[in-house]
Design a protein around this ligand. Structure first.
Ligand SMILES: Nc1ncnc2c1ncn2[C@@H]1O[C@H](COP(=O)(O)OP(=O)(O)OP(=O)(O)O)[C@@H](O)[C@H]1O
Ligand SMILES: [Mg+2]
Length: 225
């Protein structure tokens, strides 16, 4: 089991006036190689759930084991290492640095790993070629199109060959053609054995043949596991 959540709860701002219960007793199991879509209305807790799976935020309670490690048992420093090795995260707004070039953005996650500049560039170029944006490698990320930004964000999520790919509303800012292209890239990654979790309201995502299972999220709860 690559992703294992048991009775996971998330309460933001606990004990304060602005307390929000975002997740309640969430159980979710995802096996290696599976592609899951988290679907639900705005505010239902999809991004929160993805951020917990991605080791970006800790659950308030419950058990979360990602790629064989119990998150609660990992000290912060090891959690960061575990995240870098196991998870590629494609953020809704891509989170690229606009003044850095496409190539620099893609190689960024390799900097703390002590991988030399030559290998960093080689790995990034291979991915940029595969994703069809090698011709943009020296452009600042602030000066490329939405589809190119998306593919740069995918390249950055793949640069360390992580087994788990998470994408938060990946098609929210894309037109239909680019959304289909995104799903085609996901199909390739699935064929390579990656485990993928995508949050989306977009029927084009949930109904795509690459999705093995749709998990409904409603009011902080998941309907099935
Ligand atoms: N950092 C935060 N601090 C406080 N409350 C938060 C925080 N992030 C999310 N929430 C709240 O938690 C609930 C779940 O939010 P979340 O972003 O997970 O929903 P979502 O399903 O991803 O929504 P959307 O479809 O609009 O992206 C919402 O009520 C939201 O306002
Ligand atoms: Mg969200």
């Amino acid at each position: 089991m690559l992703i294992e959540l048991e009775k996971v709860e998330k309460i933001y701002n606990r004990g304060r006036a602005n307390q929000v219960r975002a997740l309640t007793e969430v159980d979710l199991l995802v096996v290696a190689g599976e592609v899951v879509c988290l679907r639900g209305p705005s505010g239902s807790g999809k991004s929160t759930l993805l951020a917990i799976i991605g080791c970006v935020i800790p659950p308030t309670s419950g058990r979360a084991a990602i790629a064989g490690k119990q998150l609660a048992r990992l000290p912060d420093r090891f959690l960061t290492i575990h995240r870098r090795e196991s998870i590629g995260f494609i953020f809704q707004r891509f989170n690229l640095l606009p003044t850095l070039t496409v190539l620099e953005n893609v190689t960024l996650p390799l900097l703390p790993l002590g991988i030399g500049p030559r290998e960093r560039r080689q790995r990034a170029r291979r991915l940029l070629e595969r994703l069809g944006i090698a011709h943009r490698e020296n452009f600042p990320a602030g000066q490329i199109s939405g589809g190119e930004l998306q593919r740069t964000a995918i390249a950055r999520a793949l640069i360390n060959n992580q087994p788990i790919i998470l994408a938060d509303e990946p098609t929210a800012h894309l037109d239909t053609r680019l959304s289909h292209e995104f799903m085609a890239i996901m199909a390739e990654l699935k064929a390579e054995g990656k485990t993928i979790v995508i949050t989306s309201h977009d029927p084009l995502v949930a109904e795509d043949s690459v999705i093995d299972r749709v998990v409904e999220v409603a009011d902080g709860r998941v309907r099935c596991c």
